[in-house]
Ligand binder design. Structure first.
Ligand SMILES: [Zn+2]
Length: 477
């Protein structure tokens, strides 16, 4: 190296010296030499929806993909570093479009957050979207970590009742119980919901969300349809996507879709379509919601014309859907693990949400709703309680009937579309100009989705890790 640098610098130094007199020498730095990386010989599944390409060449320079295709389509530049990948499978980095990372009260804001993110990366997850959180705090913490997927955060927005339903007494079998406003519980978690009321300026909420580092809005609860329309319009003016719980009482999913909302989460929430506007407006507390959902959300109810109308509106307007099936299965499993007991309201709700949510998701897929494989993963607690994008893909295949290819698209191309905005346009598929977020597998995931286990290495923005360098075991499947 040394002779090369001297030979480059020599003439430059001499020229500078000539131009500026004997006492002022300008040192001109040589341009950094960034050889491309060529991944050669792998079967390439680029996530665009096309067939796999055998014996492919994928070129990466810095943090971007330069070219990806059949041998001969991408000329390997001289000096490129070659990674031999014959017999292997190259896929886009996976995206979990629904996670919850920040829970300071549960201790996951520090070491556990770092370990969770390293484990996700080791599993081939190169991007996550946080759907709860305090965006500014989460992004600052993630920014300090040496190894992590890309993390994008949404800003929670809810209506006045979510913040001020007062400390009120509710009669229960065990006597009167004092309940606080849900926003207070959420703030104790460390999250920062923003309040929007009819008459407020939606552009101010959007500006505050952007200022906090959020890339979009997540509508959480207690918003009427006029508020939803205003918030969606304001966010879209700023180039930001809007997602929300499937019905933000009193607004129904059909109204959310009609307002132009980009996506809805939680298949069990489609039960909201079965209520009248007046009923939706009176369901304020979580307990009330769970009680009525457990009553109406049967598998047969998933075929109710009102739900089908909401799904068809979503298809027509391109509204995406994150069913979050794995999280519900984890919840049901935790009740099943208990000894014989009298089912609680939460258990009845979880069981109804499972059967109904599965059937709604089958209807959604049958009718052509675009699915994103967001999992509702949480970054704390025992491993067995953590939903994952792998569990979500497994259920989409086994219970909903998707092919492994369709399930993978829901965790790559379509999850990128779900994330939306500028970030969503640069991830999810292996295409020139996109971030070099790649996973090399020793087995074919299109034959069996469990082969996603066989990670040789993960590349995020051109930087390669082997799983053994990252794993702590905390968030392993
Ligand atoms: Zn969630």
């Amino acid at each position: 190296m040394k002779p090369l640098i001297s030979s480059l610098l020599g003439p430059l130094l001499a020229l500078s010296a000539v131009g500026c007199g004997p006492h002022r020498v300008h040192v001109v730095e040589p341009k950094p030499v960034n050889p491309s990386v060529a991944i050669v010989g792998a079967t390439l599944w680029d996530g665009t929806g096309g067939a796999p390409v055998p014996n492919a060449v994928t070129l990466v320079r810095d943090d971007r993909i330069l070219c990806a295709g059949a041998a001969g389509e991408c000329l390997i530049p001289r000096g490129a570093r070659i990674i031999e990948a014959q017999g292997h499978y190259l896929i886009p980095g996976l995206i979990d479009s629904h996670v919850h990372l920040l829970f300071p009260t549960n201790g996951s804001a520090g070491e556990e957050l770092a370990l969770d993110l390293r484990d996700l990366l080791a599993q081939g997850v190169t991007t996550v979207r946080d759907m709860g959180t305090n965006p500014a705090e989460l992004l600052a913490r993630v920014g300090a970590l040496p190894a992590s997927p890309r993390v994008y955060a949404m800003q929670l927005v809810a209506g006045r009742r979510f913040f001020f339903n007062g400390f009120r007494a509710t009669a229960t079998a065990r006597g009167a119980v004092l309940r606080q406003a849900p926003a207070v519980t959420m703030q104790w978690l460390g999250w920062t919901p923003m309040q929007f009321n009819p008459g407020d300026n939606p552009d101010q909420i959007v500006a505050a969300a952007r200022e906090a580092g959020a890339m979009g809005l997540k509508l959480y609860a207690q918003l009427d349809s006029g508020s939803v329309r205003q918030l969606v319009a304001a966010a879209h003016r700023a180039g930001m996507p809007v997602w929300g719980h499937a019905w933000v009482q009193p607004t129904s999913v059909r109204e959310q879709a009609t307002a132009g909302q980009d996506g809805v989460v939680h298949s069990a929430g489609l039960a909201g379509e079965l209520f009248t506007v007046e009923e939706r407006d009176t369901l304020v507390k979580d307990g009330d919601l769970q009680t009525v959902t457990a009553q109406v959300a049967t598998a047969a109810a998933a075929h109710d014309p009102r739900i089908l109308a909401a799904l068809d509106t979503m298809v027509r307007l391109g509204t995406m859907f994150e069913p979050t099936l794995d999280a519900v299965q984890h919840s049901v499993a935790s009740f099943e693990a208990k000894r014989r007991h009298i089912p609680s309201l939460q258990e009845n709700y979880a069981r109804a949400a499972s059967a109904f949510g599965m059937e709604v998701t089958r209807e959604a897929v049958r009718r052509g709703v675009r699915i994103s494989a967001g999992s509702d993963h949480v970054a704390y607690g025992p491993t067995r309680d953590r939903a994952s994008v792998f569990g979500e893909m497994r259920l989409l295949i086994d219970s909903i009937g998707l092919s492994p290819t369709a399930a993978l698209l829901a965790a790559t191309r379509d999850a990128a579309r779900a994330i939306g905005g500028e970030p969503g346009r640069q991830i999810g598929t292996i295409q020139a100009g996109h971030y070099a977020d790649l996973v090399l597998l020793s087995k074919n995931p299109l034959e069996n989705i469990d082969n996603l286990d066989a990670v040789e290495w993960v590349m995020r923005g051109g930087h390669v890790w082997r799983p053994g360098q990252l794993r702590s075991g905390i968030a392993m499947r």
